[in-house]
Design a protein around this ligand. Structure first.
Ligand code: AMP
Length: 219
């Protein structure tokens, strides 16, 4: 099954991805993670992307296109993929259709994670991530047992450079202007389903699983 997770920053796409990957063996493709890794490794893609990410702006489409094409060449995507943070605008959504046609696969379900924006700031500024295994924490809602240290692997926890209020404002503007048009795009294809991301983690997860089962029944 191939799924897209769409939602503003802080709606819990990463947390839901962790669960879905663990329980369903889906391949997690998060363009944000790939870009941050490229920056860490100092690759050409990383150099092109860094200033955009730090400002909270979208990285140019051609950079993202190449990342997706490369990633979909790997055999593991046959297990089904979970796209997290891609596509981010209408151009990417249309381009993705072409890429999928070339690869010979399709999208089964698009999940839109909906959350009151007043809650987003709190989720984003409290987010901490493990440098080594990527596990996501929150200083209030999901603290690690030892402050600054990952429960799973003992790795150091860090705050993303773009998880500031200033950057969040730009990222939300990008979401409204660039990303929201893709909601209609997938609605028109009959693929879009809504999830209330304000619910607890288990309830949000259960809602997504239900949508996956319904989608499976239809195919
Ligand atoms: P995320 O981890 O999904 O919140 O993404 C972090 C940042 O990476 C975004 O604010 C953008 O600067 C960049 N980014 C991630 N995915 C995309 C994409 N599909 N298109 C353009 N920029 C992206």
């Amino acid at each position: 099954m191939n799924i897209l997770l769409i939602g503003a920053p802080g709606t819990g796409k990463g947390t839901m991805s962790e669960l879905l990957v663990k329980n369903y063996g889906l391949v997690h493709i998060a363009t944000g993670d790939i870009l941050r890794q490229s920056i860490k490794e100092g690759t050409e893609v990383g150099k092109k992307a860094q200033s955009y990410i730090e400002k909270g702006l979208l990285v140019p489409d051609e950079v993202i296109h190449d990342i997706i094409v490369e990633r979909l060449k790997k055999d593991d995507v046959q297990k089904g993929f979970l796209m997290d943070g891609y596509p981010r605008n209408l151009e990417q959504a249309k381009d993705f259709d072409k890429i999928l046609e070339e690869v010979g696969t399709d999208i089964d379900l698009v999940v839109l994670m909906e959350l009151d924006e007043a809650i987003l700031a709190d989720r984003i500024t409290g987010r901490r991530i493990c440098k080594d295994c990527g596990q996501i924490y929150h200083v209030v809602n999901k603290p690690s047992k030892v402050e600054g240290q990952c429960d799973n692997c003992g790795g150091e926890l860090y705050t993303r450079k773009d998880d500031t209020l200033a950057s969040l404002k730009t990222r939300l503007d990008e979401y409204h202007h660039a990303t929201m048009p893709i909601i209609e795009f997938y609605q028109n294809k009959g693929l879009l389903k809504h999830v209330n991301a304000a619910l607890g983690k288990d309830e949000v997860y259960a809602a997504i699983v239900k949508l996956m089962e319904e989608s499976n029944d239809q195919h």
